[in-house]
Design a protein around this ligand. Structure first.
Ligand code: AFD
Ligand code: MN
Ligand code: MN
Length: 432
């Protein structure tokens, strides 16, 4: 088989060439403006260059809803091709050096080969996501009525074994964490004993935690509804936190931004979990109504900024045990997934850079003096600063594209993939 087409460093450099002068000019202007506020733009560029968020393997395939999925041309047909797409995202935006795999969707015979293929393109593997929310072909027992919290012990045993297998696969890939999201819950009042279901989940999770290598963590992902519509077993951060406490020092709480009721103060949840040393990290996305899995920063960029504001606050305080893992979890239904993921990674960098611009001393002084408006204006000043030139310079210095979406479109990558990857019938990405 011929080597798959990719976007080369030379192509990116050529695309950057006519844009470099204007980018530098804009950056210099921003640098001067920031210097007047006592901020060194060069330090920010370095921090932005060091920022990394993991791409979920399912994110590079077209997503869907329960109504339909409209596949795009040239979709990756297996995890090796997903890695190729992740590599292109990283080449263009230089913000996504890791991949978060999903088992069994990404199961292969040779994990060393998969790890090496990723490493050859400068990529490593982040948290492994288990899947006990679907039945797989040939699976002995069904998850229709739950998995880790199922009433039947043999179903729980099967779900535990799957998670242990995910850990084994993750070890081969170089991961250090397992993310567990379960669809367990109920659709009718009275269907499930709410206390016993949680007890059974905790019992199952204890066995999974016992199987974790010493240097591994487990991330518990809560979600208030869907696919169960009356109750879910791990419904909210409070349940997640209480369970993580019972499970001990290897268990942490993962925040998927879409997994809360509308208007919930997510940044405050971040602060709480940091305070109690239980913040695992994030599945970044955006939403309007529920678990919409829209592109990060596309609906509520200010909320995203406020989340990063809490993260920077924790980082500055050197909060004990603070080591959040960043992942994207989006479903791209109407866009080219590569474009969405490139832009989402940039939006995350933007929120991060803006949060770094907050004058922490000024903010604290206003808070201590109960000057509500001054405190708010300090955040707004940072949030309304256009850091785009700074992000562009960070990408340029890292070898990425100044204008990543334009470069991607000019490369004809998707058209090339459409020819290289003829549809073989059904993709393994699933509907997420
Ligand atoms: C579903 C869940 C959750 C999870 C993802 C991958 O809502 O966000 O992270 O599947 O397992 O979308
Ligand atoms: Mn998620
Ligand atoms: Mn979700």
């Amino acid at each position: 088989m011929s080597t798959p087409f990719t976007i080369s460093a030379d192509f990116i450099a050529d695309h950057n060439a006519p844009l470099e002068n204007a980018t530098t000019e804009d950056y210099d202007a921003l640098k001067r403006a920031l210097a007047r506020q006592g901020i060194d733009a060069e330090v920010l560029v370095e921090k932005v260059m060091a920022f990394g968020v993991a791409i979920p393997t399912w994110g590079v395939g077209t997503g869907g809803t329960r109504f339909a999925r409209f596949p795009g041309p040239g979709e990756p047909r297996n995890v090796f091709e997903k890695v190729d797409d992740c590599a292109v995202i990283q080449r263009l935006a230089r913000a996504t050096p890791t991949i978060s795999p999903h088992i069994p969707w990404d199961k292969v015979d040779d994990y060393t080969a998969l790890r090496e293929q990723a490493a050859a393109q400068g990529l490593a593997f982040d948290a492994v996501n288990s899947n006990t929310f679907q039945d797989q072909p040939g699976q002995e027992l069904s998850y229709k009525f739950g998995s880790l919290s199922h009433t039947d012990a043999s179903v729980r045993t099967q779900a535990i074994a799957h998670n242990v297998e995910c850990i084994e696969i993750g070890r081969k890939l170089g991961s250090k964490a397992l993310t567990v999201w379960i669809a367990d819950g109920s659709n009718f009042a009275g269907q499930s004993n709410l206390t016993k279901a949680l007890d059974r989940y905790i019992g199952s999770m204890r066995e999974i935690v016992a199987a974790l290598p010493t240097d591994w963590r487990v991330f518990l992902e809560h979600k208030l509804y869907e696919p169960a519509f009356y109750s879910t077993v791990i419904s909210d951060w409070g349940t997640s936190f209480a369970v993580a406490q019972e499970l001990g020092p290897k268990a942490y709480c993962l925040i998927d931004l879409g997994h809360h009721a509308p208007n919930v103060n997510i940044e405050q949840i971040v602060a709480r979990l940091v305070r109690f040393k239980k913040l695992a990290g994030f599945h970044f996305n955006d939403s309007k109504y529920g678990d919409d899995d829209l592109d990060s920063g596309s609906v509520e960029p200010f909320r995203l900024f406020l989340v990063f504001n809490e993260l920077i606050d924790a980082d500055r305080r050197k909060a004990e045990g603070f080591a959040p893992a960043y992942m994207i979890d989006q479903s791209h239904n109407v866009t080219d997934p590569i474009e969405s993921l490139v832009q989402s990674a940039i939006e995350l960098q933007r929120a991060y850079a803006q949060a770094l611009i907050v004058d922490r001393a000024a903010l604290e002084a206003a808070q201590e003096a109960n000057d509500a408006l001054a405190a708010h204006l300090e955040l707004k000043r940072a949030f309304t600063t256009d850091v785009s030139p700074l992000l562009a310079v960070a990408r340029m210095r890292a070898g990425g594209a100044i204008a990543p979406i334009a470069a991607y479109r000019a490369s004809s990558y998707r058209a090339r993939k459409a020819r290289e990857r003829p549809i073989v019938g059904g993709t393994s990405a699933g509907i997420v």
